[in-house]
Design a binder for this molecule. Structure first.
Ligand code: PRP
Length: 214
């Protein structure tokens, strides 16, 4: 199959990957190549109809925006942080968590300079720039909960799933910002040039998700 017919997916490695593959298989995409991963990063099905790239969650939007992937599956948190002009076509319903401000219980953000540790500096900037307080955003790449514990920050902006990490560190949600779940995003050009394959796929996925909600 030539390049025009082939669909390329950028899938977030890690906690979303298994559910993403499961869902694509249910929608008729041959994902067998992905099952035997090893250290490979690019996979193609036997008929050359579909290719997959496994990438860091934060990079999914970049691959799709540049058109090297036609479609991507990533968490809403990563997509908001990247803020790229993609079509977000479906809420896939898995990977549910929420983006929240957290800190020691009772921490007040009113009338003070707020130091925010986060993996999401862009979202934090958007959030705090509208609040009329002074703030400093401290970018971390993981274990963000350490921020308030070691006095690096007053609060964190992070995803909370079970709440176990906050609890284990004596922290609590101070403010819920928005719900998060896995989304299907599509490159804007691909949606037109590969409509014959992408549109039916989105319909099939929508049908499967609808069944799950009944
Ligand atoms: C995420 C997030 C929290 C934790 C929340 O981190 O940053 O630390 O999961 O989950 P919970 O509410 O169920 O405890 P991740 O596991 O991705 O690791 P990281 O800290 O290295 O980013």
């Amino acid at each position: 199959m030539n390049g025009e017919g082939r669909l390329t997916f950028a899938l977030a490695k890690g906690r979303l990957a298994e559910k993403a593959v499961e869902l694509l298989e249910r929608a008729g995409i041959d994902c067998r190549a992905l099952r035997d991963q090893g250290r490979r990063l690019v996979f193609e099905d036997e008929r050359g109809e579909t290719a997959f790239m496994l990438v860091k969650p934060a990079d999914v939007a970049t691959y799709v925006d540049h058109g090297v992937a036609d479609l991507g599956i990533a968490g809403k948190d990563s997509l908001m942080e990247e803020n790229r002009p993609l079509y977000e076509m479906l809420d896939l319903g898995f990977g549910r968590c929420r983006l929240a401000l957290a800190g020691y219980p009772g921490t007040s953000l009113a009338g003070r300079h707020v130091r925010v540790a986060t993996k999401y500096p862009f979202i934090a900037q958007e959030l705090f720039s509208k609040r009329g307080c002074t703030y400093e955003i401290i970018r971390l790449n993981g274990s963000v909960e350490l921020g308030p514990i070691v006095g690096l920050s007053d609060v964190i902006l992070d995803i909370v799933e079970s709440g176990a990490t906050l609890k284990a560190n004596g922290l609590a949600v101070l403010e819920e910002i928005c719900p998060v779940s896995a989304r299907l995003v599509v490159n804007r050009v691909s949606l037109k040039t590969k409509a014959a394959r992408i549109r039916p796929l989105i319909e099939r996925l929508g049908g499967i998700l609808g069944e799950g909600r009944q």
